[in-house]
Design a binder for this molecule. Structure first.
Ligand SMILES: C[S@@+](CC[C@H](N)C(=O)[O-])C[C@H]1O[C@@H](n2cnc3c(N)ncnc32)[C@H](O)[C@@H]1O
Ligand code: SF4
Length: 298
């Protein structure tokens, strides 16, 4: 019986890790973790080892702002040594200090672009953010082989600006694997504020018809709450693993702790995750890129 259950279980092949809750910014729409202590470097290495044993092939490092960890360069070097692929999501404020380590170890750089100009973008992300993200995009494009995932949280403040964002992304298109447009998730308990969501109907009517004119439409994905519901293996800064329950009142459901009880956490996650949603190709940038898929996901 146990053998049968083991066979039916799937591995957390792609893991999203909020590696710190600290950040250089305080974007009004952000659903990131709020003021939790980081794990020590020693515990981080233990978590990475546990993930490797559970079958993880790709890590999406997020936060908070991952580059806020003073030891982030050593962490990403260690992850690369274990042959785990990496996508690093950063707001790019601290990019310059870490660009070498990023070039050498990170497969995909996740860059947030909320608007096609300082005016739109910085209203959502704060002063000087647009300059920082565009500089990182241009610099990494010219000086490394890093690929990109662009992220845009679609709100009432920027949904009419998406075609212009597409325009500024055009020169980088050959290295952009995916442009993810996120439907805004609002967790009532997190005190997110003022940005207002637009629904899928508005997106389909006013946004989608204007997109894909200067950019391969297959690379543009609207990530709705419905698609994301239960479709993740997400880890908090303290190693707690949760899946997002994105119904009428979004919440996070903890299935265990990866530092203390990795095997049990994997078993619990298997009971709760929407396996079909997790496995679907839009779930991860790694599945969209044939080279990364072959190299890491098999
Ligand atoms: C939480 S941030 C962490 C990484 C980095 N600090 C950054 O801003 O890219 C990761 C991504 O989550 C997305 N995000 C943040 N808040 C969101 C929300 N309320 N709904 C949907 N997506 C959100 C944004 O695209 C953001 O780039
Ligand atoms: S930079 Fe990223 S983590 Fe920080 S507040 Fe903004 S969205 Fe959240």
């Amino acid at each position: 019986m146990f053998v049968l259950e083991e066979q039916l279980m799937i591995d957390p092949v792609v893991v999203d890790w909020q590696i710190t809750s600290r950040c250089t910014r305080s974007c009004g729409f952000c659903f990131g973790p709020k003021s939790e202590p980081d794990l020590s470097y020693r515990d981080i290495l233990k978590v990475v080892g546990n993930l490797k044993n559970l079958g993880t092939k790709a890590l999406e490092l997020t936060g908070g702002e991952p580059l806020m960890r003073p030891d982030i360069d050593e962490i990403i070097r260690h992850i690369k040594k274990l042959k785990i692929a990496m996508c690093l999501f950063t707001n790019c404020d601290l990019y310059i200090q870490h660009r070498r380590a990023i070039f050498e170890n990170v497969n995909v750089l996740g860059i947030p672009i909320e608007g096609s100009s300082e005016d739109v973008h910085d209203k959502l992300r704060g002063k000087d953010s647009f300059v920082a993200v565009m500089h990182a995009l241009e610099d990494a494009y010219s000086n490394s082989e890093t690929k990109f995932q662009i992220c845009t949280v679609v709100t009432a403040q920027n949904y009419l600006n998406l075609a212009s964002i597409e325009h500024i992304l055009r020169p980088f298109e050959d290295r952009i694997i995916l442009w993810k447009l996120y439907e805004l998730i609002r967790y009532p308990q997190k005190g997110q504020n003022n940005e207002s969501e637009i629904g899928k109907k508005v997106f389909d009517k006013y946004c989608m018809p204007k997109l894909g004119k200067r950019f391969d439409k297959n690379k543009i994905v609207f990530d709705t709450l419905k698609k994301r519901n239960k479709s993740y293996f997400l880890m908090k800064p303290n190693g707690d693993v949760f899946i997002p329950l994105l119904g009428l009142h979004p919440t996070e459901f903890c299935v265990g702790n990866l530092l203390r009880e990795p095997q049990k956490t994997k078993e619990n996650w298997n009971k709760w995750v929407n396996l079909e949603g997790y496995a679907k190709p839009y779930r991860s940038v790694f599945r969209k890129d044939s080279e990364l898929k072959r190299q890491f996901l098999g």
